[in-house]
Design a protein around this ligand. Structure first.
Ligand SMILES: *Cc1c(COP(=O)(O)O)cnc(C)c1O
Length: 481
């Protein structure tokens, strides 16, 4: 039985290729016997076997078979400075040697947490002077829900409890995170969303913008927030939350008119504006925070992922002046926090990550060089017979696989959902050295911010080749007519 194999045997090299060999079959058997993966159908995983990743360097990964892949997804939207950065290892090792852990409860603090809080405030938009640390993006959003409710309580308006979010948003997987999120599949698995969380339609031009210009549609989509606020009663609405660009929902880029109008509506009704920047923060869109690009002035910002480039888990909330003033100056004890809030090793990793980003001018490079290059290179895929339309912003991009192309995004004919063409396409990518994610029939990338223009070209050419394979595949299955 595979599970009888002890780890030492499994990890012993079985072949010498350009990475040390691993006993892939044994690892896969142990994996499916014992390891419950996130968001995974374990029956299907058992049949196929998990791919075992063993090494990373720059924008490349190697699996246990020695196969090299270019990582179009930065791990999971996080490895922004790329894999194998020795200075990250050193920063983490040094902190583990000095002080691997201490808590920040009971009037105590630690050096990396203090330094990181100050550093983040330097990088944040004007008006942010405070940071609360968590272990993840989900915990950041849970913290925001508690902070928002506490804020309105302290303001003498405890009935302001409604939080408005959007369908197809992703805000994490804890109870509050999944409730804020608009993923129908998550809500359907039991008793979500929790009371007080309401959803409006997403600003997805391809889906909802027929017959309008993009600019008109942006105003219309923001108007759904105002309608919801009036329906709930403005005196009951606490906050609106959104990702500047929806990530897990499929890299949905809102029209430029959307966020300024959302801001105007929040201001009009005194509703707090929350920007979930777990993906869009730390340079993904070519600005330190995505809301800066979108023309929004959030009161609270959730962050995680890119803050440490995923080397060590860390998340948090940047708290703007409006909320901080009430919470810090009048609030007394805020009964909330995590064992790992301000974890010194995670904060040391974040400090080194931010140093790299500044020294290598990664945010500027995304704005001026790699982001525009991705837009052109990825945009060229729109001419492929299987691609209806392709969009990108900074280092995030998505394209729609369609059965028939049309003159506009609204004239394309989609594949029937049950064919799951996106999964077919993803498998070709996976087998041919490029990692791209499928969200339904939308294929997305969010490469490491260190990806060079030459590597972007390499990634896009591999994607094009895999689109050809996918086209042959769906044609031979008789799915194109
Ligand atoms: C990934 C993600 C989260 C959740 O972060 P975890 O660290 O997985 O808990 C929240 N919001 C957005 C926008 C995300 O992309």
């Amino acid at each position: 039985m595979a599970s009888d194999i002890i780890a030492g045997d499994v990890l012993a090299p079985v072949q010498e290729v350009d990475t040390p060999g691993f006993d892939t079959r044994a690892l896969q058997a142990l994996d499916s016997a014992h390891y419950l993966h996130p968001f995974t159908d374990h029956g299907a995983l058992r049949d196929r076997g998990a791919r075992v990743m063993v090494r990373g360097d720059g924008v490349y990964l190697w699996d246990s078979e020695g196969r090299k892949v270019i990582d179009g997804m930065s791990g999971l939207w996080c490895v922004n400075v790329g894999y194998g950065r020795a200075s990250m290892t050193q920063a983490v090792a040094r902190q583990m040697d000095t002080l691997p852990f201490y808590n920040s409860f009971f009037n105590t603090t630690n050096v990396p947490a203090v330094m990181l809080a100050a550093r983040l405030v330097d990088l944040a938009p004007p008006g942010f002077r405070h940071v609360f640390f968590t272990g993840s993006g989900s915990e950041a959003n849970d913290t925001i829900v508690r902070m928002v409710w506490r804020y309105w309580q302290l303001m003498g308006q405890p009935q302001r409890q409604a939080i408005v979010s959007r369908h197809n948003a992703y805000h994490g997987s804890t109870i509050a995170g999944a409730s804020l999120g608009g993923m129908a599949g998550m809500h359907a698995q039991g008793a979500l969303p929790i009371p007080g969380i309401h959803h409006i339609e997403q600003p997805n031009f391809a889906e909802h913008g027929r017959g309008m210009s993009e600019a008109e549609f942006g105003l219309r989509a923001a108007g759904w927030l105002e309608e919801k606020i009036l329906e709930l009663g403005p005196e009951n609405v606490a906050a609106f939350i959104g990702e500047p660009v929806q990530g897990a929902g499929g890299v949905i880029i809102p029209p430029p008119t959307y966020w300024p109008e959302i801001q105007r509506i929040c201001d009009k009704y005194g509703v707090l504006l929350v920007s979930d920047e777990v993906i869009c923060g730390f340079g993904r869109l070519g600005t330190w925070f995505g809301s800066q690009l979108m023309g929004a002035r959030p009161d609270l910002i959730a962050f995680a992922k890119g803050v440490t480039s995923g080397y060590v888990p860390l998340g948090g909330v940047l708290v703007g002046a409006r909320v901080a003033h009430v919470l810090v100056e009048k609030g007394g004890d805020f009964n909330h926090g995590f064992t790992y809030s301000g974890h010194p090793v995670a904060c040391a990793a974040a400090l080194e990550n931010l140093r790299i980003m500044v020294d290598e001018k990664l945010v500027e490079r995304v704005a001026l060089e790699t982001g525009p290059h991705l837009k052109t290179a990825f945009g060229s895929l729109a001419s492929h017979p299987l691609v209806g339309h392709a969009e990108s912003m900074g280092m995030a991009a998505g394209l729609n696989l369609v059965r028939r192309k049309g003159a506009t995004v609204h004239d394309c004919e989609a594949f029937p959902r049950e064919l799951a063409v996106g999964m077919v396409c993803r498998a070709h990518m996976f087998d041919n050295g490029v990692i791209m994610r499928a969200v339904g029939d939308r294929m997305i990338v969010a490469p490491p911010l260190v990806m060079t223009t030459a590597q972007i070209d390499e990634m896009v050419e591999r994607i094009r080749y895999c689109l050809d394979l996918t086209l042959d595949d769906v044609q031979s299955r008789g799915w194109m007519e």
